[in-house]
Structure formats: structure tokens, C-alpha cells
Design a protein around this ligand. Structure first.
Ligand code: HEC
Length: 149
């Protein structure tokens, strides 16, 4: 019995630690003015991984709404949003990071999804609760890709 209590309290402590670690990750996103100046991850963004996330229909799916000239080999490019060519000349890295994390902070009422927002949904199916469309690393990857356009 005593063993069991020790095990159970050990697990509870571990669970709390995981919960705190998770919260810390979510609050790492610090908005300053109209951008997020600090990278979300320690690993620098990877252009090729970013390109894949942009194209992937279950990840960024950016081409559903945006044209990107360098991805001419891809079948369909939407026109709902502006072309992403030269976008890093129009915005700073910090601004682009915020647009990717939560575009609604910049474009009021936009239909562009928030790719890395963990709160703000009134109702979510349990399996989506706390999940984001892109991971923190994918946000950095997509940003790296956008800067090459
Ligand atoms: C459902 C449509 C939709 C999807 C999907 C979408 N966007 Fe957007 N995006 C928009 C719209 C619309 C705007 C213009 C802002 C507005 O007025 O709503 C925009 C604006 C932007 C801007 C600012 C461009 C500028 O020149 O002002 C960037 C950068 C951007 N999107 C990047 C992306 C990336 C990268 C992805 C994929 C990870 C993506 N978007 C996915 C609809 C979308």
C-alpha cells in the first residue's frame, strides 16, 4: 500500500510537471507591438520543411488562398489572399511570425486561420483541445520559406 501511495504521488508530481511545461511552452509566445520578435524555437527555420508545410493540405494549405510563384508546379493557387511573393519586403520577421501564429491580431476578422493559437476557441473537440494547426517549429520553417520568396 505504501508503495502504491508513493508511486501515485510520484505520478501526480510528474503530471503537474508536464502540465507546467506545456503552459510554459504556450506562454513563450510574446507579442510586442505588432509582432513576435523572438523565434518560437531554438532550432532555426528550415526552408525545405517550410515549403512542405505551406503546400501540405493538412498543414499550412496556404495555396488554398495564396499564390506563390516559386510553387508553380503545384496545381491550384487561391486568390482569396494576396500573393506571397516578396512578402518579407512588406513585413518584418516579427510581423510575419505574428501573422502566422494568429493573423487575427493583424487583420481584424480575417478568414486566414490562426496556425499557432492554443486558446480563443469557445468549443473544441477534446482531441483538438490545446493543439495547433502547425507546430512551433513549423511556424519557424514556414517563416524561413517565406523569406526566400
Ligand atoms: C483560408 C484562406 C487562407 C489561408 C489558408 C491562408 N491565408 Fe494568409 N491570408 C489570407 C487573407 C484573406 C489575407 C489578407 C488579410 C485579410 O485582409 O484578411 C492573408 C494574409 C496573409 C499574409 C500577409 C500578406 C500581405 O501581403 O499583406 C501573409 C504573410 C500570409 N497570409 C501568409 C499565409 C501563410 C504562410 C499561410 C499558410 C501557412 C496562409 N497565409 C494561409 C487568407 C488565408
Amino acid at each position: 500500500m505504501r508503495e502504491f501511495v508513493r508511486l501515485a504521488s510520484g505520478l501526480a508530481v510528474a503530471g503537474l510537471w508536464v502540465a507546467l511545461a506545456f503552459q510554459a511552452e504556450a506562454s513563450d509566445v510574446k507579442i510586442v507591438d505588432d509582432g513576435i520578435p523572438a523565434p518560437l524555437t531554438k532550432t532555426a527555420g528550415n526552408v525545405d520543411a517550410g515549403r512542405k508545410a505551406v503546400i501540405n493540405r493538412k498543414q499550412g494549405n496556404c495555396l488554398a488562398c495564396h499564390a506563390v510563384s516559386s510553387l508553380d508546379n503545384q496545381p491550384f493557387h487561391g486568390e482569396v489572399g494576396p500573393s506571397l511573393d516578396g512578402v518579407s519586403e512588406r513585413y518584418s520577421d516579427a510581423q510575419l511570425r505574428l501573422i502566422l501564429v494568429d493573423s487575427k491580431k493583424i487583420f481584424d476578422g480575417t478568414i486566414m486561420p490562426a496556425f499557432y493559437r492554443k486558446d480563443g476557441y469557445s468549443r473544441v473537440a477534446k482531441k483538438f483541445d490545446g493543439k495547433t494547426i502547425l507546430s512551433a517549429q513549423q511556424i519557424e520553417d514556414v517563416l524561413a520559406f517565406l523569406k526566400t520568396q
